[in-house]
Write a protein that binds this ligand. Structure first.
Ligand code: APR
Length: 267
């Protein structure tokens, strides 16, 4: 029996599937992964653009690098749409098979595909968090991207204060807000809920992650600890080979729709 058939039978026979996704699931939406050749961390130093201290330093010392990072990010997110992999997960939710998506991604694409229970352990780029009262607010994606683009398109340089002005103030206390994303060294989000979902699923789909960033990367092991079966989909490697029953070496945007069709034939 081939891997797809085996995986489809496991999914069809599951009572509670959870998905654990990384940047790979959004690669077919045009969002570069971090660690593939040519990925984001090949182009930019994560210490400079993915830590709050590093970002502030880079704004002062390397404004051009920051400009190109943000303008490139805007371009990527302006065109990014859910791909067939995201949509396939929404279909599995509609079939009452998929209960939870736990994602490391901040791109909001699982929600835009229609998944309703999405745990975002690294936050969400299109949500603001107040620096004063901590309250969170959903942001209009198009508006935010347009504000960032306008701010950085001005060649005459930019002030740090102006950077903070890109984000709308907190609607509750009018305080300054920042994107509600988890930068390196910051506390991850929704981990208790993510571990609870890992412990209550009987099958976890591990999709498009190199499994190197903890504590998120521990989530599939937590599922396995609780006797869940693991199916990994990744065209590069079987990073969770020590715990996965099935490994499908394919892009998730191709593999997941194929699996959903096979599951439908079984039900
Ligand atoms: N389908 C499935 N997997 C893919 C695809 C695809 N179309 N394209 C690439 N991949 C694989 C890559 O080969 C790689 O193994 O997805 C994986 C992505 O790994 P990373 O780039 O390391 O991304 P991720 O695992 O999500 O990183 C975790 O690191 O930088 C931090 O906060 C960031 O959330 C991120 C975390």
């Amino acid at each position: 029996m081939d891997e797809y058939q085996k995986a489809a039978e496991m999914i069809a026979g599951s009572k509670a599937v959870a998905a654990f996704s990384g940047a790979g699931i959004s690669a077919e939406s045009g969002i570069p992964t971090f660690r593939d050749p040519g990925g984001l961390w090949d182009q930019f130093d994560p210490d400079e653009v993915a830590t709050s201290g590093g970002l502030l330093k880079a704004v002062m010392r390397k404004p051009e690098l920051i400009r190109s990072f943000f303008l490139q990010t805007v371009e990527i997110f302006e065109q990014a749409q859910p791909n067939p992999g995201h949509v396939a997960l929404q279909v599995l939710e509609e079939m009452s098979l998929l209960k939870t998506v736990i994602t490391q991604n901040i791109d909001n694409l699982h929600q835009e595909a229609g998944c309703t229970r999405v745990l975002e352990v690294h936050g969400n780029l299109f949500r603001g968090r107040c620096l004063n009262c901590g309250r969170k607010q959903a942001l209009n994606k198009r508006e935010l991207l347009a504000r960032v683009k306008k701010f950085f398109a001005d060649e005459s340089g930019f002030e740090l204060g102006g950077l903070l002005g890109i984000m709308p103030n907190c609607p509750h206390c009018r305080g300054l807000s920042r994107p509600d994303v988890v930068m390196f060294g910051e506390a991850v989000q929704q981990m208790p809920e993510a571990f609870a979902a890992a412990e209550s699923c009987d099958l976890m789909l591990v999709l498009g992650t190199s499994g190197v960033v903890y504590p998120a990367a521990a989530i599939p092991y937590q599922a396995r600890e609780n006797r869940a079966q693991i199916i990994e989909i990744n065209p590069t490697d079987n990073y969770y080979g020590s715990i996965s029953e099935v490994y499908i070496s394919a892009p998730s945007g191709q593999a997941l729709p194929k699996l959903v069709d096979l599951v439908k034939d079984l039900l």
